[in-house]
Unconditional design. Structure first.
Length: 489
């Protein structure tokens, strides 16, 4: 634990939904829900306007539609979110060399390591400058938590939402945590929470009062001792700048169970190609190919195959995934498929013949020429059967994605179906735009890249922070209560 609140936790507010509202003037101030739009889709993120109806992340999309039937439902645009995330992480990197990203929209920063803060006043000033820089650079808001440990900094950022800053003074941790639910602590999920509830412990104060020995008896030595320390506010975890990627994977949940074995094989091959695309984008290769299959009865099977050397060859991953599929019984239907690669390395095995030999061993020793051909990237593949026109239209015009019309300029897809696509023509910096409907095969309409959410600032942000943040008086723009300081716009 530190004597100054120099660990910062940033959490962007309703990130995906906020990015969509910033990009689409007509959706600002309205409920927006981002996620899979099929009957089995789930909510990835929703705006605060949608949360008033009871919608939340990970909720089935069908339930969200019942709660908020008039909300805007959009497919995620991960290329836009990654671009914004890179901007935010670059700003964090200017504060300290120790930045620990947790996801696209969340990270810890060790302010002391970068000399950005060493006491309460400088930490709070740095946090407020960061929030202002994020808003100026991306048009979005983030909530900041400051404390002497990672656990408390994350708790503080949660209390700061939306668009605020909460600082927890070192020395006030136990008083702050006491009335909080045990579920607030890291590592306490539904099962552990229920186990503790049955033992009469529902708050952090209950855990502290029970003592370490009792928690060890209930949860085991490692978990019980760790939980007792956290209930007292102790957390010595350091901010780690590099978090090694352990695996790369993709998966799809289908609106209707797949029964056709050929269609299932085609979907597995598509997933393998997407997985390799992500693998290459991360600069890795991998040795172990993993197939995930969730069947009609929700039973989930995984199969894996380890190659002799790491690869980022799509043909190799497709072939291995196909072999793994042969060992899975898909009778009755498949609702989800996934392909992943583990055992990551920073280089690619160039010895294709070694990979081919590994493929031959797991496939029952096919002829030598066949094994080598399976490993070569230029191998001819049987093309998948054409998709129905309705599926092509849905795939080509996903709701919320950017388009450009030859005469009308940039816009975004409001919806598509029955051979038509509806587009609203507006830009992030324009007023709400007009709506037009076109045929899905209109030659003047095409998908386009996302537009910048804000006009890049001139000069002042490029050098931020040029100097150590100016200290402010404790009562300037902040309220203080019980060791917690909260600042909001």
């Amino acid at each position: 634990m530190r004597s100054a609140p120099t660990i910062l936790h940033l959490d962007m507010d309703a990130f995906f939904a906020a990015a969509e509202q910033a990009a689409k003037p007509s959706l600002r101030g309205k409920p927006v829900i981002v996620g899979g739009l099929g009957p089995r889709g789930v909510v990835a993120t929703c705006s605060y306007e949608a949360r008033r109806f009871g919608v939340h992340s990970a909720m089935p999309m069908a339930q969200a539609r019942r709660l908020a039937p008039n909300a805007a439902y959009l497919v995620p645009r991960f290329s836009l979110y990654r671009t914004i995330s890179e901007q935010v992480m670059e700003l964090l990197g200017r504060l300290s060399p120790l930045v620990e990203p947790l996801s696209l929209d969340e990270a810890f920063v060790d302010l002391e390591a970068g000399g950005a803060a060493d006491d309460t006043a400088s930490a709070r000033a740095t946090g407020e400058q960061l929030r202002a820089a994020i808003r100026a650079g991306t048009g979005l808001t983030g909530s900041v938590g400051l404390a002497g440990s990672k656990m408390l900094a994350k708790i503080a950022s949660e209390q700061a939402k939306p668009d605020g800053l909460v600082l927890i003074e070192p020395g006030t941790e136990r008083e702050l945590l006491g009335p909080m639910s045990v579920r607030t602590l890291p590592g306490v999920g539904p099962a552990t929470g229920e186990h503790l509830r049955r033992a009469g412990m529902t708050t952090c104060a209950d855990l502290a009062e029970a003592g370490e020995d009792e928690l060890v008896r209930l949860l085991g030595k490692a978990h019980g001792a760790s939980l007792f320390r956290m209930a007292l506010g102790h957390d010595d975890r350091a901010v780690v700048a590099e978090r090694d990627t352990k695996s790369v994977s993709v998966e799809d949940t289908f609106d209707v169970d797949l029964h056709d074995r050929v269609r299932i094989r085609v979907e597995v091959e598509r997933l393998a190609d997407r997985c390799v695309h992500r693998l290459r984008a991360s600069g890795h290769s991998g040795r172990t190919i993993v197939l995930k299959v969730r069947r009609f009865d929700f039973s989930t099977l995984t199969r894996s195959e380890t190659l002799r050397g790491p690869t980022d060859d799509p043909a190799v991953v497709r072939e291995a995934s196909g072999r793994l599929l042969e060992s899975v019984d898909t009778t009755g239907g498949v609702r989800l498929l996934g392909v992943g690669v583990t055992g990551l390395a920073d280089y690619t095995q160039e010895d294709l013949f070694a990979q081919a030999a590994a493929a031959g061993e797991s496939a029952g020793e096919p002829a030598e020429g066949e094994a080598v051909d399976a490993a070569l990237p230029h191998r001819d593949e049987k093309p998948p059967e054409p998709e129905p026109e309705a599926a092509l239209a849905e795939r080509r015009w996903p709701a919320g994605h950017d388009v450009r019309h030859a005469q009308l300029g940039p816009g975004w897809v409001q919806g598509s179906g029955i051979g038509r696509v509806t587009v609203r023509f507006e830009e992030p910096t324009s007023p709400p735009g007009r709506v037009r409907t076109f045929r899905v095969d209109d030659p003047d309409l095409e998908l386009s890249d996302p537009l910048p959410l804000v006009t890049p600032p001139e000069g002042d942000q490029s050098s931020w922070p040029a100097t150590r943040p100016k200290e402010r008086s404790p009562d300037e723009g902040a309220g203080v209560s019980g060791g917690v300081e909260r600042s909001s716009p």
